[in-house]
Design a protein around this ligand. Structure first.
Ligand code: FAD
Length: 470
C-alpha cells in the first residue's frame, strides 16, 4: 500500500485531501505566506485517528505539520519550502467540548475547538474563559496552547499556559499521553504538559485540554485615554492597579497606529482627537455587579489628570461602544497590513522598562532608517510591545525587507539587553529561527534539542521549526 493509501485508510478518504484545489487553503497562512506542498492534508475526527495517523507517518517516515486555525504569525503551521515529504494534520474536526464543570471552574475542550467556542461554552455555564485576542474567532485551542498565546488579558490571568490543568497529547510514535486531569495540585514528577505548551507542534499533537475557568465578569468599564508619554502610561497603570477593581486590559498605542486605523478602517470612529503622541486603552472589571468599577476608574483617571499623566479620556457608555474601542485595537493587524509593508517584532520587556525600550528602539531605528516610521502598540500592562518599522509610501515589501530587514534584530537586541524576550507571544516558527540562533542562550537550545530527541527521535514532528539548524 502506498503511504497516501495507508493514510486515507486511517482517516477515511473524504478527510485525506490531496487535490491542489482542496489543499490550497492549508498551504498558506494568515500572513499570505505560501509554504511547501504536503503529500496530503489529513483531517482526523478523533484522538484514535490522530494516533493511527502518527503511527503510520512514523512507519513511512513522513513528517507531520499540525495545523489549527492557521492564524499564527511565525509560519509554524506551513511547510518550510525545502521540507521532507510531509502531511499537514488539521485538527479542525476535533471540535467537541467534552465537559464543562462550573463547580470545578474547568472545561475540557478538543484541540480543534475555536477559542471563541470555548469562551461561549464557559459563558453558558456562567463562567469566563479569559484568554482573548483579535484572532479568537479563527484560532483553535491546539494552536493557542502550542504557541502559548497571550493576548489582551495576560495582565490579569497570564498566558495560555497559566490556564491549563491537563492535556491529552499524541506522541510522535502514536502513543497517547493521557494527562487530561482537572486536579489543581499534582507534584508527582515533571509537569509534562508544559513541554507541549509553546512547543509549536514539534514534540507531539495536542488533541484535548482541560482548561481553567474564572468567575464571569459582572461589571466591566473601559476607557480610551490620551497620555503624554509611555512613562505617563506606566504611572496610570500603577494608579489603576491600586483602584480596587481588577485591571483586565492595559494597551499602549502610538498615535501613528490610530492614524493608520483612521485611514484603513473608516467604519471605526476614533474615540479621541489625534492630538496626543500616545494613547492607552484600559479596562477594569469585577465579578460582582455591585462593585463600583466605573467610579473606581473615574477616580483613577481624575487623579491621573490632576497629576498631569493623562490629558484626555473617554469612558465607553455602552457595551457597543466598548466593543467598538476594542475593534480599534484588535483589528489593527488587518489595518497595518493594508497600510503597507512593515518589519514587525513581538518583544517583551519588564513592565518598568517599557519607556526605555521604546525610546532606545526609536532612536536606533531613526538613525539607520530615517525614512521609516516606528509603529508601536501592545499589551503594555504585561510588557509586550509589538513594534514595527513601516516603509515609506511606494516601497514594496521585497524592497523594504532588503533595505530594512535588519530592523527586527536591532529591536530584538534592545529588548534582550533590557532583560526581555524577542518572542513574547507569537513563538518562533520559521520566521524567527535566525533570532533564536543569534540571541537565545546556546545551553537552552542544547537542552531543547535533547528534549526533542527524547520525544521525537526521528525528527518528524514539524521539522525545521523552533530549533535553528545545527
Ligand atoms: C489578527 C491577529 C491578531 C493576533 N493577536 C495575537 C495576540 O494578541 N496574542 C497572541 O498570542 N497571538 C496573537 N495572534 C497570533 C495567533 O492568533 C496565535 O498564535 C494563535 O494561538 C494561533 O492559533 P492557531 O489555531 O491559528 O494556530 P496555527 O497558526 O494553526 O498553528 C500555530 C502553531 O501551533 C501548531 N499547532 C496547531 N495546532 C496544534 C495541535 N493541536 N498540536 C500541536 N501543535 C499544534 C502549528 O504546527 C504551529 O506551529 C494574532 C494573530 C492574528 C492573525
Amino acid at each position: 500500500m502506498t503511504p497516501l493509501a495507508s493514510l486515507a485508510e486511517a482517516v477515511g478518504p473524504r478527510h485525506c485531501l490531496h487535490e491542489p484545489e482542496d489543499i490550497a487553503a492549508y498551504v498558506a497562512d494568515w500572513r499570505g505566506i505560501r509554504g511547501g506542498t504536503p503529500i496530503a492534508v489529513l483531517r482526523p475526527g478523533s484522538t484514535a485517528e490522530v494516533a493511527e495517523i502518527l503511527r503510520r507517518c512514523d512507519a513511512h517516515r513522513l513528517a507531520v505539520v499540525p495545523a489549527g486555525g492557521r492564524t499564527g504569525l511565525c509560519g509554524g503551521a506551513i511547510l518550510p519550502p525545502s521540507a521532507p515529504p510531509a502531511v499537514i494534520l488539521s485538527l479542525e474536526r476535533l471540535n467537541r467540548i467534552r465537559d464543562v464543570d462550573a463547580r470545578d471552574f474547568s472545561i475540557v475542550a478538543e484541540a480543534g475547538c475555536v477559542v471563541q467556542q470555548v469562551q461561549q461554552a464557559a459563558l453558558e455555564a456562567d463562567r469566563l474563559f479569559p484568554i482573548a485576542w483579535g484572532a479568537q474567532g479563527s484560532a483553535q485551542i491546539g494552536g493557542m496552547l502550542s504557541t502559548n498565546a497571550g493576548g489582551i488579558r495576560t495582565i490579569r490571568w497570564g498566558n495560555a499556559r497559566d490556564l491549563v490543568l491537563g492535556l491529552e497529547v499524541v506522541l510522535p510514535d502514536g502513543r497517547v499521553l493521557d494527562d487530561l486531569r482537572r486536579v489543581r495540585k499534582d507534584n508527582s514528577g515533571y509537569a509534562l504538559r508544559h513541554l507541549f505548551i509553546g512547543a509549536e507542534g514539534t514534540l507531539g499533537v495536542i488533541t484535548a485540554a482541560a482548561l481553567r475557568l474564572v468567575p464571569r465578569l459582572r461589571a466591566v468599564e473601559t476607557a480610551f485615554v490620551a497620555v503624554s508619554s509611555p512613562d505617563a502610561a506606566l504611572a496610570l497603570l500603577s494608579r489603576v492597579m491600586a483602584s480596587g477593581a481588577e485591571v483586565i486590559g492595559f494597551e499602549l498605542i502610538k498615535r501613528v497606529c490610530l492614524e493608520i486605523v483612521a485611514r484603513h478602517g473608516p467604519h471605526l470612529r476614533l474615540p479621541l482627537p489625534l492630538d496626543s503622541p500616545w494613547y492607552v486603552m484600559v479596562e477594569l472589571a469585577a465579578a460582582h455587579p455591585a462593585v463600583p468599577v466605573r467610579q473606581m476608574l473615574e477616580a483613577a483617571l481624575f487623579e491621573a489628570s490632576e497629576a498631569g499623566e493623562c490629558t484626555d479620556a473617554v469612558l465607553a457608555e455602552s457595551e457597543a461602544q466598548r466593543a467598538a474601542f476594542w475593534r480599534i485595537r484588535e483589528d489593527f493587524p488587518e489595518f497595518s497590513r493594508a497600510a503597507g509593508p512593515a518589519i514587525s517584532t513581538d518583544t517583551a520587556v519588564p513592565v518598568s522598562a517599557v519607556p526605555e525600550f521604546l525610546a532606545r528602539a526609536e532612536r536606533a531605528l531613526a538613525e539607520r532608517w530615517p525614512e521609516g516610521e516606528m509603529v508601536a502598540l501592545g499589551h503594555a500592562g504585561d510588557g509586550n510591545i509589538h513594534l514595527g518599522l513601516k516603509a515609506p509610501a511606494g516601497v514594496t515589501r521585497e524592497e523594504w525587507v532588503a533595505r530594512a530587514g535588519a530592523a527586527d534584530m536591532v529591536v530584538n537586541e534592545i529588548a534582550v539587553a533590557l532583560g526581555g524576550s524577542f518572542s513574547a507571544e507569537h513563538g518562533i516558527g520559521l520566521s524567527k529561527l535566525h533570532v533564536m540562533s543569534a540571541l537565545k542562550d546556546p545551553l537552552a537550545i542544547e537542552v531543547m534539542r535533547g528534549i526533542k530527541r527524547a520525544l521525537d527521535p526521528r525528527g518528524l514532528m514539524n521539522p525545521g521549526k523552533v530549533l535553528p539548524p545545527n
